[in-house]
Design a protein around this ligand. Structure first.
Ligand SMILES: *[C@@H]1O[C@H](CO)[C@@H](O)[C@H](O)[C@H]1NC(C)=O
Length: 348
């Protein structure tokens, strides 16, 4: 971008100017304190200059680029996330508490999302990014890793550990308010996060870098089936889905993550209690799929007929063989299916 280059030139000349001013002071035998002051004023001036120019247009690690707009998150979740009352009840407050400027937090916020595909884990992680950063998930402070694409080979575990360790350090040094999203954690080799534990654990506040502002989110399908089993069991006993509580699931999730295959298996992250919240994403039922479909039509600014909604729901949904109640792919395929119907509606 030409403007960026121009800006770099200005920055370079400005620094040069400071150097020149300082050299003049040396020539004139002015005492070192003035040189220090001149350099200091120069640095502060440059910081101010940058915040007033560059950072108004481009992303910086500051309040403008990282507003942490929880109203926005609340609104977008309530309009687009269905059937996940525990997410609403626990993820929002966890973020709000973490983002408070007077928060006495001594470690980063670490959350682990569990659930079958299509329940909204990745969707929620993206919306968190969207609310925290002006640039959303595209922000240079949001770092997303995919188990299958980035960490597929168990034989390269040491390389992966080294990469995670190095990148997390570098990115947090660059901006303490970084967000790390590890997707498909169940596809990652065992032990991949072991070096991360010491960074994230508050006992280790390493070399002047502030690790306490960062947020880590782990997403895995692990325990998805167990969540469904547990939910079905609770419902059979007469508990309404919406009345199930985090405490009904938390311990089970922790145990499952620790014992089932994947990046969290036998990890010292769980042993060291580094993960603050285990959040279950419940398998969706037909009523939630209907909500997803209606919301998707709304995104197209179309008020659908009941018949169109039914068409999509009946086409898109398969139910689990065990309970015949939970949609096996959740709301995942809805977007494409609705787009098809919209196309047909709009065809002359
Ligand atoms: C936060 O988001 C809400 C809803 O999207 C918006 O109305 C509001 O202006 C935002 N606030 C800031 C400070 O950006």
């Amino acid at each position: 971008m030409p403007f960026t280059n121009a800006f770099k030139m200005i920055k370079f000349r400005f620094l040069l100017l400071i150097v020149v001013i300082n050299s003049i002071s040396i020539v004139n035998c002015i005492e070192p304190i003035s040189i220090g002051i001149a350099a200091g004023v120069g640095a502060i001036g440059f910081g101010y200059f940058k915040s007033q120019t560059y950072c108004r247009l481009y992303e910086c690690c500051d309040d403008r680029s990282i507003p942490g707009n929880m109203t926005k998150l609340y609104e977008s979740l309530s309009q687009t996330l269905f059937g996940q009352h525990m997410v609403q009840q626990h993820v929002m407050p966890a973020l709000v508490a973490h983002l408070k400027s007077d928060s006495p937090s001594r470690k980063p916020l670490v959350m682990s999302f569990h659930g079958t595909p299509g329940t909204g884990k990745s969707f929620v992680a993206d919306q968190i990014a969207q609310a925290l950063y002006v640039e959303g998930a595209k922000s240079k402070y949001v770092h997303k890793y995919l188990g299958r694409a980035d960490f597929a080979h168990p034989g390269r575990i040491n390389e992966y550990k080294e990469r995670i360790n190095r990148e997390v350090r570098e990115f947090i040094q660059d901006c303490p308010r970084s967000l790390f999203i590890f997707d498909e954690v169940d596809k990652m080799p065992i032990g991949v996060f072991d070096t991360l534990t010491s960074l994230v654990d508050y006992a280790a506040n390493v070399k002047g870098t502030d690790y306490t502002k960062a947020i880590f989110i782990f997403l895995s399908n692990t325990a998805g089936v167990r969540i469904s089993d547990h939910l079905a069991e609770l419902m059979k006993k007469g508990t309404q889905r919406e009345d199930t509580r985090l405490s009904d699931f938390e311990e089970m999730l922790k145990m499952s993550a620790y014992n089932m295959e994947g990046g969290l298996k036998k990890t010292n992250m769980i042993e060291a209690h580094v993960i603050d919240h285990y959040i279950p994403f419940l398998a969706l039922e037909k009523a939630h799929i209907v909500q997803c479909v209606e919301a998707e039509f709304q995104r197209w600014h179309i008020r659908p007929k009941q018949q169109d909604v039914n068409t999509v729901v009946n086409n898109a949904v398969n139910y689990d063989p065990k309970y015949s109640m939970f949609a096996t792919s959740g709301c995942k395929t809805i977007e494409k299916k609705v787009a098809m119907v919209v196309n047909e509606l709009r065809a002359p």
